[in-house]
Design a protein around this ligand. Sequence first.
Ligand SMILES: [Zn+2]
Length: 305
Amino acid sequence: MYFQQTVKEIVQCSGIGLHSGGPVNLRLVPAPIDTGIVFLRKTAKGPVSVKVDGTKVVGTLLCTTIGENGTKVQTVEHLLAALSGLQITNLIVELDSAELPIMDGSAKPFVELILKAGIQKQGVLQPALKITRPIEVRDGDKWIRVRPSWKFRVNCSIRFDHPLLARQSCSFEPISEDFVEWIAPARTFGFLKEVEALRNHGLARGGSLENAVVVGPDGVLNKEGLRYADEFVRHKILDILGDLSLLGMPILGEVDAYCSGHQLNTKLVAEIMSSGDCWTIIKTRPASVEIQPPSGSPVAAQASR
Ligand SMILES: [Zn+2]
């Protein structure tokens, strides 16, 4: 599974920022082995880089923002989800704005862009972060945790006070299930009353029915309807994949989440980073090779539950 990969050639797209409403040009540039994911933002002082390495989260208001030395890159989660889903481990992401384009509110346009470029295997194993003890973060009745497993799997449930999404649950295993078909197209969503409040506060200026599912009192406002009956929880899984990739390397562990959002997802990332006794870094093998934990170890006991 985790061989290092990049894109075969440079590809680009343009769009608008969800919050700024302004235009953004984005280029995905092949990167050498062990580069990781690096955002390269054009600024008045020249290009500034922000490498994804588990320490760069600076904001989680409605989207995930990373930054370094005062340079911010906003709304990174959907592109990062696409990179996670397609297992792209080395890439330079150039952009000429502080915010990634929102595109259609899902990871599908980024997936199509990467597939258009082609995926280049680099012949070197990618280290992964193997969870060895459970880690959990909570906020009231919302929570997210990760526990030891030899697979990366996300189990997510959501509950809202609205008949359309009173309760939805979904599980997804990126390596053995089809990210492109089942998760990437799921769009971000919001409730009409929240969208109006955001606009009144000068936020989500680029938001529209073109890049979000908007839920009104009587149902979805988007004429085309939903892409899946459970599109909402699928998008939550997409966000978790994107946010957890802020660790800077793939994770081996089983994630359970209940009503988790960017704030809790990135809190889990911070908690993982500060809990060095709960994980170890390993070089994984291709998915076709069955990896067994050492028998009798605590990890083996947890993995077999
Ligand atoms: Zn999202």
